[in-house]
Design a protein around this ligand. Structure first.
Ligand SMILES: [Ca+2]
Ligand SMILES: [Ca+2]
Length: 234
C-alpha cells in the first residue's frame, strides 16, 4: 500500500482524557489536532495570547474548548468551531463548507493539510441502536500501487478519530484508522452523496487584522496586571 499521511510522526489526540466534557469534545479535539499537524498554523495557534490565557489547562484542546464556552460558542456547531478558531488565531484559518468534493479533500492532503469532517456513524462492526454524530480529523489516504496515487478514489481513507478506533466500535486507539472508501463515503456527511461533504479546510497564508492585535494587547495587559497584583498580595 502507498499512503499519504499528514499526521506521520505527530502526536495523536484523544478526547477521552479531556478535562472539559470529554464525551462531547470531538469538535474541539479534532480541530486542535488538525491545527497541530500544520506547522505554520500551529505557530499561529500557540503564539496567540489565548494560548497563555487558558494555560491552567495542560491540554491544548481543553484550552480551546474553554475559550469557546467563554465566547458563548457551541463546540458541537460547525459555524461556532470556525468562529472560535479564527478568533483564536486572528485570521480566517478555518473555512467550513457543506459541499466539499472528496477530490478536494485528497488535494488538501496532498498539500500536507488535514481536513476535519463530520459524519453519521452507524457503528462498526456492531451497529448501534442509534447512529453517532461525530467529528474526526482526516489525515490521509492509501492506494494499492504507487502509480494509482494520482487517481480517485483511494482504497482506504486514514482518519485520526479522537474517540477511538472507528472500525472497532471505538475500542482502542483512534490513531490512523483505515476506513474503506465505500464506508467512508457512506458515513461522511452528506451521507451517501458522492459529491458533497461537510468539511473544515485550513488556510495557512495569513494576515492578522489590527483589531485582533489590539484585542491581544488588551488580553496581555489584563493578564500582566492581574499577575502583578497577585505577586503584590503574596
Ligand atoms: Ca485529550
Ligand atoms: Ca495519526
Amino acid at each position: 500500500m502507498y499512503q499519504i499521511d499528514v499526521s506521520a510522526g505527530k502526536i495523536n489526540y484523544t478526547q477521552r482524557n479531556n478535562e472539559i466534557d470529554p464525551m462531547n469534545a470531538c469538535g474541539p479535539t479534532s480541530i486542535v489536532m488538525a491545527v497541530s499537524y500544520i506547522p505554520e498554523l500551529w505557530k499561529a495557534f500557540t503564539n496567540s495570547p489565548y494560548f497563555e490565557k487558558y494555560n491552567t489547562f495542560p491540554q491544548e484542546e481543553d484550552r480551546f474548548h474553554a475559550a469557546l464556552m467563554d465566547w458563548k460558542l457551541n463546540p458541537e456547531v460547525h459555524a461556532d468551531l470556525v468562529s472560535g478558531l479564527n478568533m483564536w488565531v486572528g485570521y480566517d484559518a478555518d473555512v467550513f463548507s457543506t459541499s466539499v468534493p472528496l477530490v478536494d479533500v485528497i488535494n488538501d492532503l496532498r498539500k500536507g493539510l488535514p481536513v476535519v469532517m463530520s459524519g453519521t456513524f452507524p457503528g462498526f462492526p456492531t451497529r448501534m441502536a442509534s447512529p453517532y454524530n461525530h467529528i474526526v480529523c482526516v489525515v490521509g489516504a492509501e492506494w494499492l500501487e504507487k502509480a494509482d496515487m494520482d487517481s480517485y478514489p483511494p482504497i482506504n481513507w486514514i482518519v485520526d478519530d479522537p474517540f477511538g478506533n472507528t472500525m472497532d466500535n471505538w475500542r482502542g486507539s483512534g490513531n490512523n484508522v483505515l476506513i474503506p472508501h465505500e464506508l467512508f463515503n457512506m458515513w461522511m456527511k452528506i451521507c451517501e452523496n458522492k459529491d458533497s461533504k461537510w468539511a473544515h479546510r485550513f488556510q495557512i497564508k495569513y494576515q492578522r487584522s489590527l483589531v485582533w492585535y489590539l484585542k491581544s494587547f488588551l488580553i496581555w495587559l489584563r493578564e500582566t496586571i492581574s499577575k502583578l497584583l497577585k505577586n503584590n498580595d503574596t
